[in-house]
Design a protein around this ligand. Structure first.
Ligand code: AMP
Length: 378
């Protein structure tokens, strides 16, 4: 029981114990919500701040122990086997529903699902043989991106094809997997929309975030995205279509390319998302809190940005925390992970009254980051 409160604290089960889970747990405490995690990994960022059971996804006894006493469950890792989510859903309500994961886990199914809802995407084609790769390139043309259909994230399992000679090399590397070929979009900008849907079907959208990726990994996000009024209208319509089709409860992210002034959906994430981390400090209600509110049947919180905000990922190295915190408006979020090249170990949020002030602070953080990762500045 919470002291002075007759209601028992609600216990939320979370499949996956990474940094997203850690931030969910931290957002849950003030609401009297406890998170319990399940993760096969020996060490997990969430396990440092909340109860974490270690068991393989396919371990029925482990899942049983995990499920005991949960009020509701969710996932923070989108490659959790659907069988584990289904097994859990027989014991406790799971939000979003397992169907959201199915729609997401295969890039080909995901693109077909989005197109079926009238959400534009890059041109794409299925590739499951070398001959099909030739046919797909003939149809889509160069440049194109060959991607594994499953288990790809942050640009992994991808090859850009620019000339015919690239095909053999890409096929040698990726051909053992089911693949999708996508047209390479020479986008003007990238952005993402985060939306949250409650049990009652109420939907709130966060402002569109403008994102910059480096090497396929999110580098930074900026909110509000300047000059994005029309894009926002379209993005929100697409998000509502996806949320409604999946009878979705919780936070959903959709990443878009802006090409020729139009949105093309790249992918969706049926969970809290890296491009929404700015909401921890820059929005009235963070994406983590709103996800918990939604899955627990609580009223959703306002999604507006306070002034302007940005997020920059700490990848491979952690700059001197004191130097970061000396920058006005900067907030540090570390994940309790040991830095390794290419590994996300934390992020910095910056909040200020307007975009120029946010950008000025971001320039200082970029310089600290470059120094920490040994990249030459200037
Ligand atoms: P993904 O793994 O699909 O999220 O891709 C990561 C990043 O790679 C995207 O945010 C883009 O910056 C880039 N990318 C992926 N697919 C394409 C594409 N079809 N055209 C252009 N850039 C792409």
């Amino acid at each position: 029981m919470n002291p002075g409160d007759a209601r028992p604290a609600r216990t939320v089960g979370v499949l996956g114990g990474g940094q997203l889970g850690r931030m969910l747990a931290l957002a849950g405490y003030p609401l009297g919500l406890r998170c319990r995690f399940l993760d096969p990994a020996e060490e997990s960022p969430a396990g440092q701040v909340a109860e974490c059971l270690r068991a393989p996804w396919a371990d029925a006894a482990g899942l049983e122990r995990f499920a005991a006493g949960l009020d509701v469950a969710t996932f923070e890792f989108e490659n959790v086997p659907v069988a584990a989510v289904r097994a859990l859903a027989e014991r406790v309500p799971v939000h979003p529903r397992p169907e959201a994961l199915i729609a997401k886990q295969d890039r080909l199914d995901e693109k077909r699902f989005l197109r079926g809802l009238g959400v534009p995407t890059a041109p794409f084609a299925e590739v499951s043989s070398r001959a099909q790769l030739d046919a797909a390139v003939a149809e889509i043309g160069f440049p194109a991106v060959l991607k594994t259909r499953r288990d790809g994230y942050d640009g992994k399992g991808q090859a850009v094809l620019r000339v015919p000679a690239d095909l053999d090399q890409a096929w040698a590397r990726l051909g053992a997997h089911p693949l999708i070929l996508e047209g390479f979009i020479p986008f003007e900008r990238e952005c993402s929309l985060l939306a949250v849907r409650g049990h009652d079907g109420a939907v709130l959208c966060y402002p569109l975030a403008e994102n910059v990726h480096r090497g396929g990994i999110l580098h930074r996000s900026l909110v509000p995205m300047l000059g994005a009024e029309t894009l926002t209208t379209h993005a929100e319509r697409h998000a509502r279509a996806v949320l409604g089709a999946l009878d979705y409860v919780g936070v959903l992210a959709i990443e878009f390319f802006v090409h020729g002034g139009r949105l093309l959906a790249n992918e969706m994430a049926p969970r809290v998302h890296n491009s929404g981390h700015w909401t921890q400090d820059g929005a009235i209600t963070s994406q983590f809190e709103n996800h918990l509110r939604a899955i627990c049947g609580l009223p959703l919180g306002a999604t507006a940005v306070r002034g302007a905000a940005a997020m920059i990922n700490l990848i491979g190295a952690i700059p001197d925390p004191a130097a970061i915190l000396a920058i006005p408006g900067a907030k540090l979020h570390l994940y309790g992970k040991t830095p390794r090249p290419g590994r996300k170990v934390g992020h910095v949020n910056v909040c200020a009254e307007d975009t120029p002030a946010v950008l000025a602070a971001m320039a200082r953080i970029e310089a600290l980051l470059a120094r920490a990762t040994g990249v030459a500045e200037g």
